[in-house]
Design a protein around this ligand. Structure first.
Ligand code: CP
Length: 329
């Protein structure tokens, strides 16, 4: 399996088989154990990852950079203003050149209608694996960390668990749809029943929802979309309430913010959590908007696993890097 993953891009989990993803999770468990015991695991000595961030990041940037150091390699923290991208150099030239210097290229580009196309262009022109550090459509490493966290909390057999993915209001900026879209694609494949809740203007990309339904049908699990937040929370084992923009409805920023403001009641509070199962976990990819997306009592309360979830970014990303950048020659 490892030899087959060498050189493989991670742009969406949909392009990885379940068996390949199980390999990632198993290796992530092992690397997490070694990290905890301070056992060196320099699986990528002298290897270089180039990271190009078109947008801000705390978790993705630092977990990839720390991860490469722990694997014995190095990550370059780049942004368009540090590169000739700022003078119009195209993806073909950027990818061809960087992939002759190092061993993987990661890109975060979340502009709706542009990000994924740019990353695909980089991948087409790269001779090394390309990692999607979040685009307008997918956030694969976040969702891999989410599933690793769920697996740790509930055990490896996650069939029959209910996950509620709900929109929340946070009118300070328009967030991408990549997290909920990646969640609804991956979770059914591992046997989870998915309830997706959002107001009508916040629908996700139709082709992604269709694929999620197909994944659910193939796995023999439930997938439903509702317009009532409480339905996502009722009897849920896992809830992931977060804000996203009405980008499928409108790309106009002002109109987007007005629509987010239209639904201030969509907040995850203790009353909402009471609808979930007693042992339920509250997850959020962070950064979270305390007071608008979620109350402090919930995110800092007994159901919350947000820091375990953030930590798991490190372990799962190291697993993907080790398998795709190293592996058997
Ligand atoms: N969850 C996540 O991707 O966080 P950052 O934006 O800080 O990388």
């Amino acid at each position: 399996m490892q030899s087959m993953l060498r050189g493989k891009h991670m742009i969406t989990t949909q392009e990885w088989t379940k068996e390949e993803l199980e390999t990632v999770f198993d290796l992530a468990d092992e690397l997490k154990r070694q990290f905890g015991l301070n056992i060196p695991h320099r699986l990528l000595p002298d290897k270089t990852l180039f990271m190009i961030f078109f947008d801000n990041s705390t978790r993705t940037r630092n977990s990839f950079e720390a991860g490469m150091t722990q694997l014995g390699g190095h990550a370059h923290d780049l942004s368009p203003d540090k590169l000739q991208i700022s003078h119009g150099e195209n993806a073909r030239d950027t990818a061809n050149v960087l992939s002759r210097y190092g061993h993987a290229i990661g890109v975060r580009h979340t502009v709706f209608g542009e990000g994924n196309g740019y990353i695909r262009d980089i991948a087409r022109n790269s001779r090394v694996p390309v990692f999607n550090l979040q685009c307008d459509i997918y956030h694969p490493f976040q969702i891999l960390a989410d599933y690793l966290t769920i697996r740790e909390k509930f055990g490896k057999n996650t069939r029959g668990l209910k996950i509620g993915v709900s929109w929340t209001s946070a009118p300070n900026y328009v967030r991408p749809v990549s997290v909920p879209q990646s969640l609804i694609l991956l979770m059914p494949r591992f046997g989870l029943d998915v309830t997706l809740a959002h107001p009508p203007e916040f629908r996700l990309m139709p082709e992604i929802v269709e694929q999620a339904k197909k994944n659910a049908a193939e796995a023999g699990v439930k997938f439903e979309t509702v317009d009532d937040m409480s339905e996502a929370f009722r009897d849920a084992d896992i809830v992931i309430p977060k804000s996203w923009g009405p980008l499928v409805h409108t790309r106009d920023k002002k109109e987007g913010l007005e629509l987010i403001n239209k639904y201030p009641g969509w907040i995850c509070d203790e009353k909402m959590m009471e609808l979930t199962r007693k042992h339920s976990i509250y997850m959020h990819p962070l950064p979270a908007d305390r007071g608008r997306e979620v109350t402090g009592a919930v995110i800092d309360g007994p159901h919350s696993v947000v820091y375990d979830e953030a930590e798991n970014r490190l372990h799962v990303q190291k697993a993907v890097m080790a398998l795709t950048m190293g592996g058997r020659p």
